[in-house]
Design a protein around this ligand. Structure first.
Ligand code: IPM
Ligand code: SF4
Length: 417
């Protein structure tokens, strides 16, 4: 069996599972975000009165943090009251940040566990060897009532990376390249495992970016076998025991792909699809109105660090806005302590408090008609960050910072020593 199958088998109380089987699993952590008040409504509609185990539930007020509309303010009020009534202590209010980063910061994402959030990018937690997946309101309400949820054991695809990453090329470039090659619907309901030499070069932050974007291939979940890098990260954060599963030798994957990254150039996904990917050089010189650094894909400390490095002692281009949104309070604090916030604000960045902000086009950095944005986020369909006639290029944090500096798309590798 694969590690993912062993994990699902254990959570279903079975000896083994096989692809396609439906299993009913105990969920280790269930998260609800502030766009999903329907979860609470469904909980009551389905006959719920008391949450099965409030210690395994976490609430995130992140997508509209702080609330920008009266409806959202009202929803957030109802979420808070639900937590207080139900004894849910893990209420991550508007001061905490994007759910996936908050889980990582707090050491709540563990190997060998099932994490389900009402958010598609829950695949991010594959970076820790967890089974992370996103669901809708009624599925989440089912967990609230029973502590369990059914899953279809997914086919598992192995994506192997060989070679050392060139200067100025990051996990974001790798995953954009993979999605460009395989397509945005390649992994629908499949699990994507990343393996190979290149992973040894990738920090937890970079691995989170990789796993996060498997959602943009349709993946149900993603996986990286925990190693020394994972352990190093977890030992500073996690206080309780967890189990690490390993894949049996000779396991037959549904498909296997190998990418050599040693000659990879910085990548961009051009409007209006995440798989419309090419080398950044195809668009160099293209003027941008806004550069956006943030989200659960590209708003971590390392992302702000590379931007600060590129912009230290410089000013952003006069006709460009640079919106920076730390993914979490933890990221914000660390970036302040390390001086990145100071550097970026001096360079002309506009800071937004931790949260989803304009990543999903609802507030705090929206695009006007006809504007072009380069962003470290994960989606670029029409209207994703504001006006449907806004054009969005997805790139690495370095590509975003270099574009903010020049006011146009440039090859970021020239800005990295
Ligand atoms: C709000 C949520 C439903 C949504 C998702 O699931 O991905 C959001 O986080 C996004 O990125 O579009
Ligand atoms: S930061 Fe963006 S992608 Fe991540 S959860 Fe928020 S809206 Fe979704």
């Amino acid at each position: 069996m694969h590690a993912i199958e062993k994990l699902l088998a254990q959570k279903a109380g079975k000896e083994s599972v096989s692809t396609g089987e439906i299993v009913n699993c105990t969920v280790d952590l269930a998260g609800i975000n502030d766009l999903y008040l329907q979860t609470v409504r469904s909980f009551f509609e389905m006959g719920g009165t008391k949450v099965h185990d409030p210690s395994k539930v976490i609430m995130f007020l992140d997508h509209y943090a702080p609330a920008s509309t009266i409806v959202q303010a009202d929803n957030q009020k109802q979420f808070r009251e639900f937590c207080w009534d139900q004894g849910i202590d893990l209420l991550m209010d508007i001061n905490e940040g994007v759910c996936h980063q908050v889980l990582a910061d707090r050491g709540l994402s563990h190997p060998g566990e099932i994490i389900v959030v009402t958010d598609s990018h829950t695949t991010t937690h594959g970076a820790f060897g967890a089974f992370g997946t996103g669901v809708g309101a009624t599925d989440l309400a089912t967990i609230l009532i029973t502590g369990k949820l059914w899953f279809r054991v997914p086919e598992i695809i192995r994506i192997n990376f060989e070679g050392e990453l060139p200067k100025g090329v990051y996990a974001k470039d790798i995953i954009l390249h993979v999605i460009g090659e395989l397509g945005a619907d390649y992994a629908v309901y499949k699990a994507v495992e990343f393996t190979g030499f290149t992973l040894k070069q990738l920090s937890i932050s970079e691995r989170m970016a990789l796993c996060n974007m498997t959602t943009e291939m349709g993946a149900k979940t993603s996986y990286i076998q925990p190693d020394e890098i994972t352990m190093e990260f977890l030992k500073k954060k996690v206080t309780r025991n967890y189990e690490i599963f390993t894949t049996d030798p000779g396991y037959q994957y549904a498909a296997e792909h190998t990418f050599d990254v040693s000659n990879l150039k910085p990548q961009l996904a051009a409007p209006f699809s995440v798989d419309n990917v090419s080398d950044v050089t195809a668009f160099t010189g293209r003027k941008i109105d806004q550069a956006y650094l943030g989200s659960c894909t590209g708003g971590r400390v390392e992302d702000l660090a590379v931007a600060a490095k590129i912009l230290a002692g410089k000013k952003i281009s006069k006709r460009t806005r640079f919106v920076v949104v730390p993914a979490s309070r933890g990221v914000f604090l660390e970036a302040m302590a390390k001086g990145y916030v100071q550097t970026l604000v001096e360079a002309g960045a506009t800071f937004v408090t931790p949260g989803c902000a304009a990543c999903l086009g609802t507030h705090q950095g929206m695009l006007a008609s006809g504007e072009t944005c380069i962003t470290s986020t994960n989606r670029n369909f029409p209207g994703r960050m504001g006006h449907t006639k806004g054009e969005i290029f997805l790139g690495s944090p370095a590509a975003v910072a270099a574009a903010a500096l020049e006011g146009k798309i440039v090859d970021p590798s020239q800005y990295i020593d």
